[in-house]
Write a protein that binds this ligand. Structure first.
Ligand code: PNW
Length: 469
């Protein structure tokens, strides 16, 4: 069935600084935790680093051309903190700010709305050395950084997004250690959750003050958590993972308080004394739009402490769990099909998630800030990439967004992850999410079939089933 999206629905695509820019030591950029982590042997697949990545730092003008050619109404990118403030505090780096200023102007000239993420995981290494996100001071440094970039770019940026997926920064960075900085400290992970939330609130106030015309948002990777059975024990496993994954952020951001069950569940890990009077009020700065990243679903059951654990939480191999304080919850393998990340494909989960948000937070506009899939793309002799599985994934998920809108959810737009193949974190260059292929030898950009298809969608707002669907 053909689905028609409303006039003004935003069609965008997304990237992140460390994943595409390269230029890691150029023009005064300082090191980030991802430089350190990726240069540590054994941390990333094949020892890949973001030193060169998709060379966007030098090819940004060409990439703007692709964005314009695709007819996107918005482009979501992130600002590299160590590029604009190399040590994470004190002086700003003019050359770094100029890079983003040129990018923003280039987008505006092409009629594309700039959506800037302040933090997509590249913390200045100096701040990590001083304690990282488990340290409260990092949130205060983030407020200064936010003031510097908002002052420089102001309301030329249409939407300021404070954080991308604080869940990943906290639990993968400080819990399981499969992301930078690779620490495995359960209490530290929960302190990181709080300081990321706090930093969001502090930076949100900066946006309100310095760029009153800009929209304020944050992007969360909310989890759709389902029980393996109808038992009360499995329902409780769902509740606990929902608290760690979703309500640890939604609670303070939207309701002004951490959920009581989260504090009780994790009492053995930490007493949460890092939450000070007034913090929750600071965090709850009103949002204009909530960014939602969606890829897959999560299936859990209560673990009896005896049977073999399936050990399949989809977050990379680590002896440490990101789900701190929930050792008695087991993550089950899911029915396929799967993407090249091993993530199960389930578009209905996206509808379910959007309707939950609509129900629990009526009146809050939503934006899909990431959705997409990695597959093993093949370049055919005609020089094309027939990525029909990605195309099918995108079609089904965009259709699922439409279904949620039909049922009342206020969804304003959709950003495909990602514009370009890029450095997929611990998986390096082995996993390709782009709708545009990057040849890492020549840095040539090749439009995959999904890019051609997405251009037609952005031009018409009409979602047509791909051939063969
Ligand atoms: C998101 N997980 O990352 C990020 O925002 C992107 O930078 C990334 O490239 C994209 O999704 C694809 O992975 C995630 O383990 C990384 O649950 C890991 C997880 C979730 C999201």
């Amino acid at each position: 069935m053909t689905r028609v999206f409303p006039e003004g629905f935003v069609w965008g695509s997304a990237t992140a600084s460390y994943q595409i820019e390269g230029g890691a030591t150029e023009d005064g950029r300082g090191p980030s935790i991802w430089d350190t982590y990726s240069h540590t042997p054994g941390r990333t697949l094949n020892g890949d680093t973001g030193d060169v990545a998709a060379d966007h730092y030098h090819r940004w003008r060409e990439d703007l051309g692709h964005i314009a050619e695709l007819g996107l109404s918005a482009y979501r990118f992130s600002i590299s903190w160590p590029r604009v403030q190399p040590g994470g505090s004190g002086a700003f780096n003019r050359a770094g700010l100029d890079f983003y200023s040129r990018l923003v102007d280039g987008l505006l000239e092409r009629g594309v709305r700039p959506v800037a993420t302040m933090y997509h995981w590249d913390l200045p290494q100096e701040l990590e050395d001083a304690g990282g996100w488990p340290a409260r001071d990092t949130a205060l440094r983030f407020q200064e950084y936010a003031a510097g970039i908002v002052e420089a770019l102001g309301d030329r940026v249409h939407t300021w997004t404070t954080f991308n997926e604080p869940w990943c920064s906290a639990y993968l960075g400080y819990g399981s250690g499969v992301h930078a900085p690779g620490r495995t400290e359960p209490a530290g992970a929960l302190a990181a959750v709080h300081h990321l939330n706090l930093a969001h609130g502090l930076a949100g106030r900066v946006v309100r003050e310095l760029a009153p015309a800009a929209e304020l948002s944050v992007t969360l990777n909310l989890h759709v958590v389902r029980p393996a059975s109808g038992s009360a024990a499995d329902a409780d496993a769902v509740r606990r993972i929902d608290a760690l994954a979703n309500r640890a952020f939604l609670g303070p951001l939207l309701d002004g308080a951490y959920p009581a069950d989260l504090l009780a569940d994790t009492a053995k890990v930490t007493d949460w004394s890092f939450v000070r009077d007034g913090d929750e009020r600071t965090i709850a700065v009103p949002l204009d739009v909530l960014g939602v990243n969606y890829y897959s679903t999560t299936l859990v059951r209560a673990w009896d402490g005896v049977s073999a654990r399936s050990d399949n939480d989809g977050h990379g191999s680590s002896a440490h769990t990101p789900w701190v304080g929930a050792d008695d919850v087991d993550f089950l393998p899911q029915p396929g099909p799967y993407t090249a990340m091993g993530w199960n494909i389930e578009p209905a989960g996206l509808t379910e998630l959007l309707l939950r948000l609509h129900r629990e937070h009526p009146g809050l506009p939503l934006m899909i800030t990431e959705n997409g899939a990695a597959f093993d793309d093949v370049v055919t002799p005609d020089g094309r990439v027939h990525d029909e599985r990605r195309l099918d994934y995108l079609y089904r998920h965009i259709d699922a967004v439409g279904a949620a809108m039909d049922a009342g959810a206020d969804v304003r737009g959709y950003f495909v992850w990602s514009l370009l193949d890029n450095f997929e974190w611990a998986w390096g260059y082995d996993r390709r999410f782009g709708i545009i292929r990057v040849d890492y030898d020549t840095q040539e950009r090749i439009w995959k079939d999904s890019a051609h298809w997405y251009r037609a969608l952005a031009a018409t707002g009409r979602l047509e089933p791909p051939a063969g669907d």
